[in-house]
Write a protein that binds this ligand. Sequence first.
Ligand SMILES: *Cc1c(COP(=O)(O)O)cnc(C)c1O
Length: 377
Amino acid sequence: MSPPMVPQANPGAGYRALRTEIDTAVARVLESGWYILGQEIRAFEAEFAAWLGAGTAVGCGNGTDAIALALRGLGVGPGSTVVTVSHTAVATVAAIEMVGATPLLIDIDPVHFTMDPAELAAVLADPPPGLPPIRAVVPVHLYGQAADLDAIAATCRRHTVALIEDCAQAHGARLHGKRLGTFGEAATFSFYPTKNLGAQGDGGAVVTRDPALATRIAALRQYGWHQHYISDEVGVNSRLDEMQAAILRAKLPHLDAQNTRRRAIAGAYDAALAGSHLRPPQRRPDTEPVFHLYVLRVPDRPALQARLRADGVGTGIHYPMPVHLQPAYKGRVALGPSGCRETTLAANEVLSLPLYPELTDAQVEQVCTALTRLRDG
Ligand SMILES: *Cc1c(COP(=O)(O)O)cnc(C)c1O
């Protein structure tokens, strides 16, 4: 008899693990009679910024809007180019076009799957012809691992372009002991249900150390109001509602322990893979990843997926098609000189194993056994 399937992701388990605290938070908001921009979001913004260790947080509707609001807050819009990667959730690129800016997609380093700092330096020194000036760079801390921020930040400083960290997959990860999201001019977070800190619905936040920028973004998220009903500039409606803010407040105190559990599970998978032809995810020196995903690179992906499925292990692919090859973008989005070659190769080989803190020891064991069986042929 085949064992029950271990799903690759399981947001319902995240709710059930903290059911009492989440139900209490939701009931508190329902009873309060105040559902939008009240004390829950104010408290969550303060608690999240304190947990990050720097800056001011501004809650918003989702992680895509957070990137768009950060760009708009920094004055990046039509007539600006924004550099990011093609190996990311399409949201990163969609947000750049939402504000009217032009995305320029560059390649990844094939070992860590994050922005290639050499290509970034090349496009800033010698921008591709025909594009508006480059005003911002959005590296993505993909899979919970830090991008090469030392090199990327130095290049951004040299060319005076804004650095916006896309932290949608990296809540709590560290570089040089500091949390990601505290290095750039701004950082953006998503609280989509499967993220390391997930709401029971949509949510997002922008974090910045610049108080004036935080004030501007807080106005932009609600029609450009600094004062009720008076728009000082044209804004949008992108608010984190009180229910989601209260749920996030209930979950935040558990996040460090959950990230520790994710690292322990990743360590168990690493050990199970030792001696096989599959290489565990590589960590950059002086970083502490949070394993939003545990991603292998496998040349024979369909066959491997089938073997894991037969052993009751669900897998996912993040992401099966690079942004620059998707129908909405293909042939029209600007690429760096690499043509995103490594990105295209990686998209055919990445494979995500189940990884979330609610996995039971028995489920982790089941995945490890399946990995060991791969090793033994
Ligand atoms: C999830 C995600 C986003 C977008 O977040 P939403 O809340 O779904 O809008 C942006 N960037 C990356 C890297 C993501 O993983």
